[in-house]
Design a protein around this ligand. Structure first.
Ligand code: PMP
Length: 351
């Protein structure tokens, strides 16, 4: 019975690393991706949900059967929901209305209470999902606030699990580690581990256009954020888990690049993942193109944080993409016309 897990939390991690073949074909680098969407809750955030709550329980801040509050773009909520199910806790998740319907419905179906706040206000505003989560945690007696943005157990969970796993899988034989930056936990914790192991590995944070993180890393001045569509990455403030001293480079990516790359990953590599995954790969490619001397012949490991199932109504939906002014590719036009002709009048071809 050695391979039987005691519960679902033990099935978190040990996700595969896969080589990209077609989308990286013409680049002078090798790109390997870590498939974090293969975690039981569908994202890398299972790691932090488990670690943050486990540590809080060890410190007595969270009791079995207690209440956990979190501000989440969805994935951390799912990670915490797994922990809550195993330990009989009640979770309350506060989200912004920018997040996909799939993520909201998923959290509701875990038996958690879900609160939706406007995305049109900045993080300091009392209606923001950050402020509302904070208030609920303060006012509900005995509630534990997981606080992935400031709680150091977030980045430490990657120091203890994601980093060592990648090191072991690659035998430390790579040059760059790239990840989209949201709370900063993934890039900061994993980079801390790699920097203790080797001076060869440099870390690359991917930041969407409209976020203040990349501009801040260059100017050390707080700029104004602007809206963008990709979910889970970028910020309009500086979370404590973004450890700028551990991040060697930042690269920029826009929504169009993020969504087309995400769709290409599925069509050309068979990798079904979320928008921040395409953003991480496209941002890495931007960095390679902008830094040819630095990157020539190098090996990159890029994190793919979550599953495409959470975005069927968005970036995998051509009508939504068109509404948002994004280019959508046309599938094999000649064959589509032929299929239309042959299939008959009452058959409908969906795009
Ligand atoms: N991608 C997605 C889809 C996410 O939900 C998050 C977390 N907000 C990230 C990337 C960024 O990871 P981190 O918070 O560890 O920086």
């Amino acid at each position: 019975m050695k391979s039987i897990k005691a519960n679902i939390l033990e099935a978190i991690g040990h996700t595969p690393i896969v080589r990209l073949n077609k989308v990286a074909k013409n680049l002078p680098v090798e790109i390997l991706v870590k498939c974090e969407f293969m975690n039981p809750g569908g994202s890398i955030k299972d790691r932090i949900g488990r670690h943050i709550c486990q540590k809080a329980m060890e410190r007595g801040e969270l009791k079995p059967g207690g209440v956990i509050v979190e501000a989440t773009s969805g994935n951390t909520g799912m990670g915490i929901a797994l922990f809550a199910a195993v330990h009989g806790c009640q979770a309350i998740f506060v989200m912004s209305d920018k997040q996909s319907r799939e993520k909201i419905d998923l959290l509701k179906s875990t038996g958690s209470i879900v609160v939706i706040c406007p995305s049109s206000v900045d993080s300091k505003h009392p209606d923001s999902y950050h402020s509302v989560a904070h208030k609920l945690a303060k006012e509900i007696p005995g509630a534990y606030y997981a606080d992935q943005y400031e709680n150091e157990d977030n980045y430490l969970s990657h120091y203890y699990s994601t980093g060592p796993e990648i090191w072991e899988q690659t035998e430390g034989d790579f040059d760059f580690f790239a990840a989209g930056v949201g709370t900063g936990g993934t890039i900061s914790g994993t980079s801390k581990f790699f920097k203790e192991k080797s001076t060869r590995i440099k870390s690359l944070g991917i930041d969407p256009e409209g976020s203040i993180l990349l501009p801040y890393s260059k100017t050390k001045k707080m700029g104004e954020g602007a809206p963008y569509l990709v979910e889970g990455i970028g910020q309009d403030y500086l979370p404590g888990n973004v450890k700028f001293d551990l991040i060697d480079f930042f690269a920029n990516v826009n929504d169009q690049q993020s969504f087309s790359m995400t769709r290409r990953l599925l069509k050309e590599e068979g990798i079904f993942c979320g928008g921040s995954c395409g953003a991480a790969v496209a941002g890495t490619i931007n960095f390679v193109n902008e830094n040819p001397t630095l990157t020539q012949g190098k090996r990159f490991v890029v994190i793919l944080p979550d599953s495409g199932a959470r975005y069927l109504s968005k970036l995998y939906n051509k009508t939504w993409l068109k509404e948002k002014g994004m280019d959508v590719g046309v599938e094999n036009e000649t064959l589509t016309l032929r299929v239309k002709e042959i299939s008959g009048t009452n058959a409908r071809i969906e795009i």
